[in-house]
Design a protein. Structure first.
Length: 455
């Protein structure tokens, strides 16, 4: 029954989305020059056809001539209207984008369930927006960089998904003309840089997700996985070989491990073009691998921070920070309200606030997942809880960054129901340990096993 309800809900959401999309949405992806040429050609064709029919009708009675003249006039009026609509296309496109930005609560809830519970290949097909058509007519589902951000961000309001099976078809020769949605982070945006080079394939999506899901302290291990030859450089062939294994998913929308390396290397992958160049001869070093993760994390964190910093002040309230922590948790709404009230009573709306560097440091703590859980268990084997200093110490271990006193105090007030100055694993778990699951991080993170120990 739940599956049927989900299916019906998805169909309703898809129909609502398409109500705000202009019928010529596909043509809006092309450059203005191409659109102008198409508009003039269509108008000229209509006028010519109707005019010819009117001339042929001149051999008949006068009514046919009058109808032909009327048809010519109507065609001319239609052509002028079409040209006028084209001149005002920006107004319609802006309205369409604004309507599309108003995402319903049902749609957000359905998208969240897809992120958390579906397999990686199903998530990719659901959030992808483009199908690339090669010269033989073969279609390949691809993501834009902003599709990727939407696929990993719960309650994403920047961009919504159209759903599985709804794509914009783009021919390979038209790919340079396609105008993709850009990341709002204009300065040093790695997503925009990748988008300028092309689109994201399924293997690209899995790699970037794995990069985000890997704690910073294990990034060297992730590099070693891709450095098959062990020469401290990742070549395009090595990357393609490992990517097919990382992206493998039997069932669902099909197995991707049988994709030939030459096919991957010859694909219109913006990620491969960005990393290895279009000739695929540029190697990737350990430092550039780490920088890619750092740049990607920084941009994703900045966009999430900006969701709460509407005025671009560089700070958000303590309450908004706690809302970010409680987002997609399984805590009952009544308990969430009590927790937020406790925080707001100590730090009103115009209090000290949380800066972006502090927000970023704690984001890295949350992204560490099981490492945070292991560290807290190590310090609390007696099950007496951890105090503020111990919590900061563990956070610094797993994130390799300094957690501010203020952030630690806010988290303690949020989680310490009894006000004893100590928090327990049972209190931390639903908020901090389960934070990765709604983003799909646990499905693509690196796992290390030694004997019976698995991390």
């Amino acid at each position: 029954k739940l599956i049927l309800l989900d299916s019906l809900l998805q169909e309703t959401i898809i129909m609502n989305r398409w109500k705000v999309i202009i019928s010529s949405h596909s043509s809006s992806l092309l450059s203005p020059a191409a659109q102008t040429q198409a508009t003039h050609q269509q108008a000229s064709s209509i006028s010519t056809k109707v005019s010819t029919r009117a001339n042929n009708g001149g051999k008949g009675d006068g009514s046919q001539i009058r109808w032909g003249a009327a048809g010519t006039a109507a065609a001319a009026s239609a052509a002028m209207l079409a040209y006028k609509l084209y001149q005002e296309k920006d107004k319609f496109l802006v309205q369409a984008k604004e309507a599309k930005a108003e995402i319903s609560a049902e749609q957000i809830a359905f998208d969240n369930r897809v992120r958390q519970y579906n397999s990686p290949d199903q998530i990719f097909n659901y959030f992808s927006s483009i199908q690339l058509v090669n010269k033989f007519g073969m279609k390949t589902t691809m993501m834009s960089p902003m599709d990727f951000y939407s696929a990993i961000t719960p309650d994403c309001s920047i961009r919504s998904s159209a759903g599985s099976g709804i794509y914009e078809e783009v021919k390979e020769e038209n790919l340079p003309k396609v105008r993709l949605d850009k990341s709002p982070i204009s300065k040093d945006s790695v997503l925009n840089a990748i988008g300028e080079q092309g689109l994201l394939s399924y293997s690209d999506y899995c790699f970037l997700l794995s990069l985000l899901a890997t704690p910073i302290r294990f990034i060297d291990t992730a590099f070693n996985v891709f450095d098959v030859t062990g020469d401290e450089h990742i070549e395009a062939k090595e990357f393609a070989f490992v990517s097919t294994k990382v992206a493998h998913k039997a069932g669902g929308f099909g197995s991707y491990s049988d994709v030939d390396q030459s096919t991957i290397l010859a694909s219109n992958s913006g990620l491969l073009n960005y990393i290895f160049g279009k000739d695929r001869k540029k190697p990737m070093t350990r430092e550039s691998f780490k920088k890619l993760q750092a740049d990607l994390l920084n941009e994703v964190i900045q966009m999430e921070f900006n969701e709460y910093d509407k005025g671009n002040t560089g700070r958000i309230s303590e309450e908004d920070f706690c809302k970010f922590l409680l987002k997609r948790t399984k805590i009952p709404p009544s308990q969430k309200a009590k927790m937020l009230k406790r925080v707001k009573s100590i730090w009103p709306a115009k209090a000290r606030g949380v800066s972006f560097p502090s927000f970023k440091n704690f984001f890295l703590v949350l992204a560490s997942g099981r490492e945070l859980e292991r560290g807290l268990f190590f310090l609390d084997v007696e099950n007496i809880g951890v105090d503020l200093d111990e919590f900061r110490k563990v956070s610094n271990w797993v994130s390799r960054s300094e957690l501010s006193d203020h952030i630690a105090e806010v988290v303690f007030v949020l989680l310490d129901d009894q006000g004893k100055g100590r928090i327990f694993k049972e209190d931390v778990g639903p908020v901090l340990f389960d934070w990765r699951a709604p983003r799909g991080f646990d499905k693509s993170s690196i796992h290390v096993q030694m004997g019976q120990l698995k991390i």
